[in-house]
Design a protein around this ligand. Structure first.
Ligand code: FAD
Length: 293
């Protein structure tokens, strides 16, 4: 099912994310986690693309399983940074053969080596180049793009970030998914600005449940997200106690989702990070809210 059709409902629905294994030896554990999450019957499940594309086959295999074995709609991520045109064409072909209908088209993060390299002759400079390629391929994908309520770390300012986002959407994004954020007001403010700029596609907020104290450092380094005092206090109080931190992190994410729905946002993506228990607890916390008008 194309995600654009799933995003039209007016009741709250959750989608979950899994990431592929780094080595074949852990494929089975990722497969089990994926199956457990799929049993929760989310609106869809996304499968990330390993930086550099080294695990691209796993992304495809897992996305295919989600759809064929578990009957859940799937969104396969694809990055283009440093890829050749041939590699991308091959991936597009493999995705078509695997019956993938939804693709999250991303640039990918630049490694420190890439940052110091001359990138002027790279075929793909930005996600927009990949989106154009997907469109030109003639494959009938529903295409998603990434967006950043707190601006992308490389952007000079939000105005410029939104200008490029608008071009990216015009090139063929059917929907956008946001970077994680811990203060919903940042999202509401961002939505107001992009709507004002004329970006009208559905935006799916991405919520990251922080379930251990170490995770917050990693997550913040990657995303540069602002951490409200309310969240900092929670890490200070429970960070040393893994069980309590997990419960508090799940409660915080649940609270964010309830507030989003109270503000009429009906599709929320949970960065569930191959953790079925976290996905299950968030879903259980919302059992009397999910699917109800
Ligand atoms: P772009 O849209 O290309 O934007 C990157 C920067 O370039 C921004 O500052 C933007 O303003 C600027 N820009 C855009 N277009 C132009 C232009 N035409 N000219 C000049 N500047 C421009 N990474 C992975 O490796 N695998 C994944 O599976 C993955 N999934 C993700 C899912 C989501 C929802 C998000 C938010 C991020 C994900 N990432 C993933 C990380 C992502 O690859 C990085 O954030 C990356 O740095 C930017 O990707 P992008 O697609 O947003 O790039």
């Amino acid at each position: 099912m194309k995600l654009i059709n799933l995003l039209k409902q007016d009741t709250l629905s959750l989608s979950f994310e899994v990431f592929p294994p780094k080595a074949s030896s852990s494929f089975d554990s990722v497969k089990t986690a994926t199956e457990e999450i799929a049993k929760l019957k989310p609106s869809f499940m996304s499968v990330t693309y390993g930086a550099g594309g080294g695990t691209s086959k796993y992304t495809l295999d897992i996305a295919k399983n989600i759809k064929e074995l578990y009957g859940v709609s799937t969104l396969a991520h694809l990055t283009c940074v440093s890829s050749t045109k041939d590699t991308v064409e091959e991936m597009i072909h493999s995705m078509q053969e695997a019956g993938i209908e939804n693709v999250m088209a991303l640039r990918g993060d630049l490694t420190p080596e890439m940052e110091s390299q001359d990138r002027s002759d790279w075929h793909y400079q930005h996600a927009i180049d990949l989106i154009r390629e997907l469109k030109e391929s003639g494959a009938d994908f529903c295409i998603g793009g990434a967006c950043y309520p707190e601006i992308h770390p490389e952007s000079v300012n939000q105005k410029e970030d939104i200008k490029y986002l608008k071009e990216k959407v015009a090139a063929g994004c059917d929907f956008l998914t946001t970077q994680m954020f811990f203060d919903n007001n940042l999202l509401y403010n961002f939505l107001y600005k992009i709507r004002e700029a004329g970006i009208t596609v559905p935006v799916i907020p991405g919520i990251m449940p922080i379930t251990n104290a170490n995770q917050i450092e990693r997550a913040l380094k990657l995303s540069g997200s602002y951490v409200p005092q309310r969240f900092k206090s929670l890490v200070d109080k429970f960070g040393h106690d893994p069980a309590a931190m997990k419960q508090a992190g799940i409660a915080y994410a649940t609270d964010q989702i309830i507030d989003l729905y109270a503000n009429n946002i009906t599709n929320v993506h949970v960065y569930s990070m191959n953790k079925p228990d976290v996905a299950e607890k968030i879903q259980a916390n919302l059992s009397d809210i999910l699917g109800k008008a």
